[in-house]
Design a protein around this ligand. Structure first.
Ligand SMILES: [Zn+2]
Length: 422
């Protein structure tokens, strides 16, 4: 009931009580009666004028009610109740004439109850629940309330229902109203199972589930790791253009390609090794080399930006000498190399035989590269996630805002990207 209605009802309540009390208190002195009912009404305390009004406005049965002292108490009780509707006085009287009690009548004639009973989907067995006080956030509309209670109570019988998740089931319904109750319960329960996992991404739920079904022996954490990195799909399948709008965070790998004609604004690395890098990446590379030099460490570029054509020759050269399966572990197919973005650089070597990971140059890079916006891109023991062997020489510019976070996360760039950029 709205505030306005309540205020109005209060006024009406006051008026009705006044009338009823008045007729009891101001008893007419004169005895005027033309029939038995007039006499009874007069005995009940109504004035001559009031009796005439009663006889015009009310039926014979209602007149009998008004004449009965008990009925007067009932009417006063009704008028004082919060649910009282002044315009339904006649209905209350009729109800009393039929022998109903005051409380039943108030409930029956309550507009909210009437709306609830008229609402589509109304079910007698949930009646008391429909009338329960609203917890905050519940629907205010009768039809909505009926639908909400039906849904909430029907849900309890669904297999796997957990009362602790009730609010989440409802939230899921609001999000996906076409889903069956079974699907809603299943979905929310599943999310809870995953939520405890670090690195859970809700939008990937279906992929986690599919991968898990195919690999039932894998730990859940490992399922998440692989799907986040994208390797639930075989390498070089479902290939998409890289999202260049991500700027320095662009992800290029065996699933995302750089356009064949792409060429960033380049800056030569003259004095800092071979070739060029994207302008900003180049500036920060030079700062990094200068800082290393001050610490007695010599760094130089041996392989920076490559065109699609260069990558093509590199890759097919490796395929011809080592075979494709082997070549794919250390060389990207044309279009799939980070070097084509101008944001990646191989430092000092590009050969596993050199064991760059054991040098003081590598140690310096691991401690300092993030300060210049660079990350180690192909981590040890993560070949199955990145698709490439550990490359201690390959650094990728992502900008100083993110490099430290990525390095500290210990995640592959693929996983970090899925969690933070995608
Ligand atoms: Zn490289």
């Amino acid at each position: 009931m709205s505030k306005n209605n309540k205020a109005q009802n209060k006024k009406r309540t006051g008026a009705v009580i006044a009338v009823v009390i008045a007729v009891v208190v101001i008893a007419g002195a004169a005895v005027w009666y033309t029939s038995r009912i007039d006499f009874k009404l007069q005995q009940a305390g109504y004035t001559k004028q009031q009796i005439q009004e009663i006889k015009t406005a009310f039926t014979d049965d209602e007149q009998k009610i008004l004449a009965a002292n008990k009925a007067q108490a009932d009417i006063i009780a009704i008028a004082q109740d919060e649910r009282f509707q002044a315009d339904k006085l006649t209905d209350y009287l009729k109800g009393l004439a039929e022998g109903k009690d005051a409380d039943a009548l108030l409930e029956e004639l309550d507009p909210w109850v009437i709306a609830i009973r008229a609402a589509k989907g109304f079910r007698e067995e949930y009646y008391d629940d429909y009338l329960r006080v609203y917890p905050s956030g519940e629907p205010r509309d009768a039809a909505e309330k009926v639908a909400y209670i039906n849904r909430s109570l029907d849900m309890i019988n669904v297999e796997g229902y957990n009362v602790l998740f009730a609010d989440e089931y409802e939230a899921r319904y609001q999000e996906s109203p076409q889903s069956s109750l079974e699907d809603i319960v299943k979905h929310v329960n599943k999310i809870h199972e995953y939520k405890d996992q670090a690195n859970f991404i809700e939008s990937k739920l279906e992929r986690y589930e599919a991968y898990r079904a195919e690999n039932p022996d894998l730990e859940l954490a490992e399922v998440l790791r692989r799907v986040n990195a994208g390797v639930d799909k075989p390498f070089y399948t479902d290939i998409q253009p890289a999202d260049m709008s991500k700027g320095y965070l662009v992800l290029v790998n065996k699933y995302f390609t750089v356009d064949r004609d792409y060429e960033p604004e380049l800056e030569k690395l003259t004095g800092y090794g071979y070739g060029s890098l994207e302008k900003t990446a180049a500036e920060w590379f030079k700062k990094m080399v200068d800082a290393a030099k001050a610490d007695g460490i010599t760094l130089r570029s041996v392989s920076p930006f490559r065109t699609w054509g260069t990558q093509y020759s590199f890759y097919w050269g490796y395929v011809n000498s080592a075979g494709q399966a082997k070549a794919d572990t250390y060389s990207a197919r044309p279009g799939h190399s980070e070097h084509e973005t101008g944001l990646a650089v191989d430092i000092n070597t590009a050969d596993t035989a050199d064991h760059f990971e054991n040098t003081k140059e590598y140690a310096w890079l691991i401690d300092n590269c993030y300060k210049y916006g660079y990350i180690l891109r192909y981590l040890p023991e993560k070949e199955y996630l990145t698709g490439y062997i550990y490359e201690p020489w390959h650094y990728r510019y992502v900008g100083v805002d993110y490099a430290q976070k990525i390095m500290e996360s210990g995640l592959t760039f693929e996983e970090w990207y899925a969690l933070n950029v995608e």
